[in-house]
Structure formats: structure tokens, C-alpha cells
Design a binder for this molecule. Structure first.
Ligand code: GLY
Length: 437
């Protein structure tokens, strides 16, 4: 079987690793990711040029395409590939609106009475924003309606001082059409602990994966700007130290109801659904969905799959998805980024990765936004460089494997040493205790 993976990052590197032993593997990526290049036949090109990706897939006789990032999904890459007879793991343009159009997502919750939503409103004029915020007696979150790579979100009390700053920022989002829409969403700010559940879906059935917790803030201690994610962990029982089985199941139920609502409202959703939840004192509430694996969270779950990824992909396209098994192991992923990221001055610099040493201590490397040039060296960009993953019988053991492995990556680089440490996990547990009174 011939499988094409579309995308360039660590998430796609992890997808390729999960598939490489069971198929003839191809990739389409915008720069030469050394981890993907090593294990696939590849073509370099812009993944957003969906007709060119489809031409490549047809030329190579691809049976199944797995779409990594959200941007091509938002442009209709699945519709384009399917038009050319290629089956896809990834939603078509209509179903992908669950990520690409946040007002579609919130309306779905309202119309189908899906539990776990929050107070929100979509605005297209300043007078309404002002009136709403003047009356709103709690902190809010300002979000663009479309895609901004997670970087357009600002929270009152963190990035914005007060409602005056919230009004100004909301106006900017709307006026500049941030994310592609002349609109802005204002939501209530939820208090609790965030967690991620990723699930496979064949349009009707859902097969959830172990929960994970990402760390979006750039610096240790959870401060600084919001990034694409600085690292994540998962636990061997599939839950998290602050997340009970009951609350995990409630979140999965929300995702199941969403899949069934998308099928009624748009088209059946085939691919990976990523639910970002806040665990509050009222249980899990949905912050947002992504129409793809999480990055870094893909690196926590894909290496633990017991059911072969190729079988899961086949069952998604056939509509016969059943449960998917994972190794009962914990994992910790630490993203290594150029110093100063997300405002780095160290882009386009060579870095040194001693993969042999990293593998010898039991850790894994997944390359992200780096480029291997003709001199064979690996160069950074202004985005995240590589994920290092430790897997063990506990979060603690996984963390120490990952941290030790980070020593073998050198350059003007930074990573959050606190991710997965006992101290940070304990803070999460205490925080939830405090919230639950
Ligand atoms: N971990 C955040 C994301 O994948 O969007």
C-alpha cells in the first residue's frame, strides 16, 4: 500500500514513524525535514498548493493520504485528493470547519445541545463589542474566528490588562481580519486545568487516544507569550494526574456528540479530532477543536500505538473504525526551540543533534521546523526545531529520559526544563484541588 503524509513538522515526523514499517511511504513537505526525509520518498513544495499535492499523489499512485496540518485542510485538500480518487485521513473542507471556523463550532454546540460549551459571542462591529464587554462581569478571552496557529488568542488577566485593552484588541482582530474573517469571538475565561484528547474518527465511530497536557506558554513557570506548544506529557493509564476516568469519559462523550452533529450539519468527519478542554469545577468544557493531531501531543501518543497506524488509517477510510490500543506507558515531550522563540533572532543557524546518543538513552527525536541543507547540516527557522520524547513507566521516568536527551542537542536553543517534572505536576494537582474547594 502507498501512503502519502502531507506536512513538514514534528507531528508529521511522528505520523511517518508510526507508518514507516507497514507501507510504501511518501511525503510532501515545504522544507527538508531530516526525520521525514530519512524514511520517505519525498517532494518539497508548499503543502497549501493543494492541486500540486494532488498531482504528486496521482503520479505516485497513492492509496491513502494522511493530512498533518490544518492549513491545507482549510483549503480543501481532502476534496481535491478525493476528486482524484485518493482516500484521505483528514476531514473535507466542510467538516474541517470545526477548526477553521469557530463560529460554526460554537453554533453546533448550541443547535445540537452538546454539553461542555461556554458563554461566547461572535461580533462584526465595534459598538456591539463595547456594549457586551461593558456588561460582562467576568474575564474574557478574545479570539479570531479563523486560523492563526493558536497565536491570536489573548486573555484578560494575562495578556490584556482589563476590558479596555480587550476592546482595543478585539477591534484590531476584526479590523485586520485576523484569521481571515472580519469578525471576532469573545468568550468567557474558564478557570481550571487544560487537557487534550485526540481521537480517530471514521465519520461515525470515535476511537479516543490517551489524554495529554500541552504547555503553551514560552517560558518556565508558565509565563511569556502563547506559542504552538513547548512540550506535553501523558500518563500510563491514559488519564492525567488531575484528570479522573469519569471526566475523561465526559470529554470523550462531548467529542462523540460533536462527530455525530458534524455528520448531520456538514459531512461525515474522517480523520483525527483534537479536543482542547478545560477541566473546571463543573467538569470538562470545550475550549476548541482542531481537525488534526496536536503538535506536540501527537508525539506523546503515536509512539505508543499497539494497533498498527496503517490498520487504523485503512479503517478510517473504510468506515470500519474500532477501538485502538496503546501501550500502558507514560511519555514526556520537550520541544527544543531557537533561543528567544517566538521572537527569536537565532533563525537559520546550524544546530547539532547527536541522534545516536539520544536513541541510546531510550529517547526519540522528531524534527519540526528545521531544514537540512545541501551541506548536510540542520538549520533552524524562527519556529520550533525538534521534539525530544522520553517514554517510561511513569511521568517522572519519562521526564528524566527526555531531559537527559536534550543535552545532546546543541546550538542557540532553549527548552522548558520544567515540563513533566514532579514539581509542575504537583502544581496542577493542587490547582484542581483548590478549584474544587
Ligand atoms: N498543541 C496545540 C496544537 O496542536 O494546536
Amino acid at each position: 500500500m502507498k501512503v502519502l503524509v502531507v506536512g513538514t513538522g514534528a507531528r508529521e515526523n511522528a505520523i511517518c514513524e508510526a507508518l514507516k514499517d507497514d507501507c510504501e511511504l511518501y511525503s510532501y513537505m515545504s522544507n527538508k525535514n531530516p526525520g521525514i526525509a530519512k524514511i520517505t520518498s519525498f517532494k518539497q513544495g508548499n503543502e497549501g498548493e493543494i492541486e500540486k499535492v494532488a498531482d504528486y499523489a496521482v503520479e505516485k499512485g497513492i492509496d491513502i493520504a494522511v493530512i498533518g496540518p490544518e492549513a491545507p485542510l482549510g483549503k480543501g485538500i481532502v476534496d481535491e485528493l478525493e476528486k482524484n480518487g485518493i482516500k484521505c485521513v483528514g476531514p473535507n473542507i466542510e467538516a474541517a470547519k470545526i477548526e477553521t471556523d469557530k463560529s460554526f463550532m460554537r453554533n453546533l454546540f448550541e443547535k445540537y445541545e452538546i454539553p461542555g460549551s461556554l458563554i461566547y459571542k461572535v461580533f462584526d462591529n465595534y459598538a456591539d463589542i463595547e456594549a457586551f464587554l461593558d456588561d460582562f462581569d467576568r474575564d474574557s478571552v478574545i479570539k479570531p474566528v479563523g486560523l492563526t496557529g493558536g497565536k491570536g488568542v489573548k486573555i484578560v488577566g494575562e495578556h490584556l490588562k482589563d476590558n479596555q485593552e480587550a476592546k482595543e484588541y478585539a477591534k484590531k482582530v476584526m479590523d485586520t481580519k485576523m484569521g481571515g474573517f472580519p469578525q471576532v469571538i469573545i468568550e468567557e475565561r474558564l478557570i481550571g486545568e487544560e487537557f487534550t484528547i485526540q481521537a480517530f474518527s471514521d465519520g461515525e465511530h470515535l476511537a479516543p487516544m490517551p489524554a495529554a497536557q500541552d504547555h503553551p506558554y514560552a517560558f518556565e513557570g508558565g509565563i511569556g507569550p502563547i506559542t504552538g506548544g513547548m512540550g506535553s506529557y501523558s500518563d500510563k493509564n491514559g488519564l492525567l494526574p488531575f484528570l479522573s476516568e469519569e471526566n475523561y469519559q465526559k470529554a470523550v462523550k462531548i467529542m462523540e456528540e460533536t462527530i455525530s452533529a458534524i455528520a448531520k450539519e456538514a459531512k461525515p468527519y474522517k480523520g483525527i479530532l483534537y479536543g482542547q478542554f478545560m477541566l473546571t469545577s463543573d467538569g470538562p468544557r470545550l475550549i476548541e477543536y482542531n481537525a488534526r493531531f496536536g503538535d506536540p501531543e501527537a508525539m506523546n501518543v503515536l509512539p505508543l500505538m499497539k494497533t498498527p497506524m496503517i490498520e487504523v488509517c485503512q479503517s478510517i477510510v473504510d468506515g470500519t473504525l474500532d477501538s485502538v490500543e496503546f501501550e500502558p506507558k507514560a511519555s514526556v515531550c520537550k520541544y527544543i526551540v531557537p533561543d528567544g522563540y517566538p521572537e527569536t533572532k537565532y533563525a537559520n543557524e546550524p544546530i547539532d543533534v547527536d541522534e545516536e546518543k539520544i536513541n541510546s538513552i531510550g529517547a526519540k527525536v522528531f524534527y519540526a521546523a528545521v531544514n537540512q541543507k545541501e551541506d548536510g547540516k540542520i538549520y533552524t527557522s524562527s519556529s520550533r526545531a525538534l521534539g525530544i520524547v522520553g517514554i517510561g513507566d511513569s511521568i517522572k521516568e519519562s521526564e528524566s529520559i527526555a531531559e537527559e536527551a536534550c543535552k545532546y542537542v546543541n546550538g542557540n536553543l532553549y527548552h522548558r526544563r520544567d515540563i513533566g517534572t514532579d514539581e509542575l505536576i504537583q502544581k496542577r494537582i493542587e490547582h484542581m484541588k483548590e478549584i474544587n474547594g
